[in-house]
Design a binder for this molecule. Structure first.
Ligand SMILES: *[C@@H]1O[C@H](CO)[C@@H](O)[C@H](O)[C@H]1NC(C)=O
Ligand SMILES: *[C@@H]1O[C@H](CO)[C@@H](O)[C@H](O)[C@H]1NC(C)=O
Ligand SMILES: *[C@@H]1O[C@H](CO)[C@@H](O)[C@H](O)[C@H]1NC(C)=O
Length: 194
């Protein structure tokens, strides 16, 4: 009896561990085009969901382009404001981590590339909440209280293992404890009767 319950409990744990945690995604900006002028990055970004923990990967020939992290006004003007020293990536294989929610703007600061469309704006959403029971999802303290994550919800992996649904964990634990105690009592009784 007890061992059957222990096995079911084990099965529940194994099933929970098998649910994939929401994994970070790498987005190659422009896909096969890479990072170039005369590509429409608005079109590229359309329909994509960017989340904290994801990376943007900018691929280009080093020296020919770069990636400057700018603000919205700078983005509009294709010009970095006077006196500002923005973050610039220039390796040609730049991994840009998305660490905060909200709009992020990037452009190439070489020649007229930005005005030729080598610019990207995205909107970063909070990290995806995994269906696994724990640990508690990370909540960015600077972002509003975590309401259900906006945007398209990642299709939940069919979360229910084929075994019957688990009862609430507290009563489950009590049931297990009780059956353990009964097993101990039975063993003790057997010893006494022997
Ligand atoms: C994303 O790219 C980084 C850097 O190249 C790499 O370390 C990481 O494994 C990649 N992650 C995924 C999910 O592909
Ligand atoms: C890029 O594509 C979007 C639609 O995806 C369009 O609204 C926009 O005008 C295009 N930009 C350019 C510079 O062609
Ligand atoms: C770009 O910014 C610089 C200062 O950083 C300024 O001198 C220049 O006039 C600006 N150009 C445009 C087109 O806004």
């Amino acid at each position: 009896m007890a061992s059957t319950q222990m096995l079911s409990l084990l099965a529940v744990f194994v099933a929970a561990a098998a649910i994939p945690l929401a994994t970070a995604e790498n987005f190659t900006v422009g896909d096969d085009n890479g990072w170039l002028p005369d590509v429409n990055y608005t079109t590229w970004a359309q329909g994509k969901v960017f989340r904290i923990g994801d990376n943007l990967i900018f691929n280009y020939i080093a020296g020919a382009h770069n990636v400057i992290v700018v603000g919205g006004d700078e983005f509009k003007l294709c010009n970095v404001s006077a006196g500002r020293a923005p973050k610039v990536f220039s390796s040609g294989d730049d991994v840009v981590p998305l660490q905060t929610t909200g709009k992020k703007w990037y452009f190439c600061g070489i020649a007229d590339h930005c005005s030729r469309g080598q610019k990207l704006v995205i909107d970063v959403l909070p990290a995806a909440v995994s269906p696994a029971p724990s640990p508690a999802p990370f909540v960015n303290p600077s972002s509003p209280p975590a309401s259900p994550p906006p945007g398209p919800v990642t299709p939940a992996p069919s979360a229910n293992p084929p075994s019957p649904p688990a009862p609430p964990s507290s009563s489950w634990r009590i049931a297990t404890d009780v059956s353990m105690m009964m097993a101990v009592a039975a063993a003790a009784a057997a010893i006494v009767m022997a």
